[in-house]
Design a protein around this ligand. Sequence first.
Ligand code: ZN
Length: 412
Amino acid sequence: MFKKEMTSQEEHYEQLLGLSGAWKVSAVMLDLAAKRVEVEIGFDLSQSMVCPECGKDCAHYDHRDMREWRHLDTMQFETILRCEVPRCNCPEHGVKTLRVPWAGKGSRFTLLFESFAIEVLQACSSVKAAAELMRLNWHQVNQIKQRAVARGLERRESSPIKHLGIDEKSFRRGHNYVSLLTDLERSRVLDVVEGRDGAACDKLLGTLTAEQLKDVEAIAMDMWRAYIKAAVEHLPDADIVHDRFHISKHLNEAIDKVRRQEHKALSKEKDGTLKNSKYIWLTGFENLTEEMKVRFNELQSLGLKVGRAYAIKETFDNFWDYYYLGCARKFFKKWYGWARRSKLEPVKRVAKMIKEHFENIITYLKHRISNAATEGFNGVIQSIKANARGFRNFENYRVAILFQCGKLDLKP
Ligand SMILES: [Zn+2]
């Protein structure tokens, strides 16, 4: 049963804010025109105050100027807490501002508002929409994210990580890259650094403890020299697993080169056989429409070079399904011979690259990892880039990625 009790507006807000002890709501002011509620909080000086450093009882010294904190709206009215926070004089630590129970240090928002903002920001795909909904500007959103990510990183335990991924993403237009370190098992971004050279890798892997580095069993990556070198140095006991999707991409690029060359040659004979066929060759057969499947079969019966390049690539795809290393090696040897004799230069080049890196490709069969998880972050990262007013500041970009993809404990 509800007990009907007349409480004043001040008491009502005190309860809503969960204030107790010496902190009291001294006034509630409602500004109808501005759609704003101001809640003034005072400190009962007859009660004891404690030093924020050591927690000992101290004497009152003075108070700070009036400060404001944005709180959760009250019935769509913007709600602001105001307080002249007292300062105490600790014999040991000197004059200190008391810690307020409703907000974190240095924040202009109450803890409840920050928690709410974090939830909205994580749920909204558009930062702009989330910010408008909460009537915050970009700068305020960024500050909330920064504090949240700092909290999350602080709290993150250095537990063992079995499978790592390292991958590059473009950052700004032109050749500007960032490198991402991911925990593939828990599909989370561990950190982001600028660049994709050795120094960038050192920095990334340096974020893990020596113990964590020792526990890593395998790291997925592209065939990028700086990444390989860093893995060999920092993770001498871990297997390198070159990413199967990157290898597929290289093979697809080879098919496309063959197609373009052949289309050019055919066009000279006024033959449009390969016109508008790019999609057909780069999409898996099962993903084609019925109409395209018919055309694909027709094209495949013409003994074209691109058809052969396609068959070579398609055959290689079987490699990923092998269980036994010996069988996989035999398969690859046969495949490699075929590709090398194909007289298709782009295919031969990729085959050679695969052979050179083969010992770090066959490791896939043991660990079955790829950077597909990181690729999964692409959409999120794309929208981060689209939402940002040109991330001139790398640190803001990093924070935004860790906020969305770091699986961090962000709440105050
Ligand atoms: Zn003290």
